[in-house]
Design a binder for this molecule. Structure first.
Ligand code: GDP
Length: 364
């Protein structure tokens, strides 16, 4: 899962990115993470891993990972070549979700590019740039699809039709994600790489004295989100506090969190919100070599879940043996779970449930 951090200059993007990625992660466990300066891989906090480990001693625990990309260069006019120009586009096209940092902290020493702090205007500025960028993409894809469609290519025709629908919503200043599409159309849409098709989460960067985001500026963002089909997609974060937290050891961290009236660091809250936004859940594999969390879409079948570990596992899937964390905590060992008849054997049609602890049996 990959999320791109966007926002106007001076809203706290780098502060947040550095704070979130400070924890870092052992990259050898994540073959996909060739690290570039603007990319960080962060572990997704999940206390169920530790609860499993309490009963299954293991050599290592590997949490799910969230890849964060700091996407710089979006300013007013960026889609027309202002600032870093549309260089940001190549980075943002590949992400699964967008985290937009919105400045909700007042600090006269830190200038705002537009003079004063106004989160809704900022949201609007970025939204406009992303819309304009998508319009350009749609236009150039249309030309290409039109050429192929003329030769009678059916798929190109479907692409062309969908591009026309995208153009229509964009012309009405609406993001492409507001289109209602069936599964086939969604698949085609994904191939366009349109930015406004991606789900978006607003990170309201708040003052140190209001880390829970109870002030009026965050409320404005919440109201705006509710009115624009993004109800609940607002997470208040104090980037500066997070960067302080990132420097501390666990005990001091807890102390500072408590003093700030928070129960957990922003990374945990953001990771949960991103999972929800993207319709994701986790299942676990657990043994003496490693305990590991795997990320799958809600609704994934057992073979699809196996395929996340390795594509051979999906192809050669035979069955899955599954148990629940509650049973492990009650009965203490896998053997006891099996003896009690609570180890379920599930076939190809099984829909995975959040938190399933799983062994896959497969042919290779
Ligand atoms: P970027 O341009 O969006 O990457 O913004 P930076 O992360 O460089 O932040 C711009 C300035 O705002 C820096 O001086 C930060 O220290 C400051 N800043 C960032 N987050 C906060 C915050 O939560 N509270 C306050 N008071 N200042 C912040």
């Amino acid at each position: 899962m990959e999320a791109g951090i966007v926002g106007l200059p001076n809203v706290g993007k780098s502060t947040l990115f550095n704070a979130l990625t400070a924890a870092g992660i052992a990259s050898e466990n994540y073959p996909f993470c060739t690290i570039e300066p603007n990319v960080g891989v962060v572990p997704v906090p999940d206390d169920r891993l530790q609860r499993i480990e309490a009963h299954i001693p293991t050599q290592k625990v590997i949490p799910a990972a969230l890849r964060l990309v700091d996407i710089a260069g979006i300013v007013r006019g960026a889609s027309e070549g202002e600032g870093l120009g549309n260089k940001f586009l190549s980075h943002i096209r590949n992400v699964d979700a967008i985290l937009q940092v919105v400045r909700c902290f007042e600090n006269p020493d830190i200038t705002h590019v537009d003079g004063d702090v106004d989160p809704i205007r900022d949201i609007d500025t970025i939204a406009t740039e992303l819309l304009l960028a998508d319009m350009q993409t749609v236009e150039s894809s249309k030309d290409k699809a039109a050429r192929t469609a003329r030769s009678g290519d059916k798929e190109a025709k479907a692409r062309l039709e969908l591009l026309a629908r995208c153009a229509e919503v964009l012309d009405n200043s609406q993001p492409v994600r507001s289109l209602e599409l069936d599964e086939d159309e969604q698949k085609i849409l994904r191939s366009f790489g349109l930015i406004t098709a991606k789900p978006i989460l607003f990170v309201a960067n708040v003052d140190e004295d209001d880390p829970a985001g109870e002030g009026p500026l965050v409320q404005k963002v919440r109201d705006w989100a509710a009115a624009n089909g993004a109800e609940g997609n607002v997470v208040p974060v104090c980037a500066r506090l997070e960067s302080e937290l990132a420097e501390l050891d666990d005990d001091d961290k807890l102390e500072l969190l408590e003093a700030s009236g928070l129960t957990e660091p922003a990374l945990a809250v953001l990771a949960r919100a991103a999972y929800k936004l993207l319709g994701l859940q986790s299942y676990f594999t657990a043994g003496e070599k490693e305990i590991r969390a795997w990320t799958i879409p809600i609704g994934a079948t057992a073979p699809q879940a196996a395929g996340v570990i390795h594509s051979d596992f999906e192809r050669g899937f035979i069955r899955a043996e599954i148990y629940a964390l509650d049973d492990l905590e009650e009965l203490k060992t896998e053997k006891a779970i099996r003896d009690a008849g609570r180890l379920r054997v599930e076939g190809k049609g099984y829909t995975m449930q959040d938190g399933d602890i799983t062994h896959f049996l497969f042919n290779v």
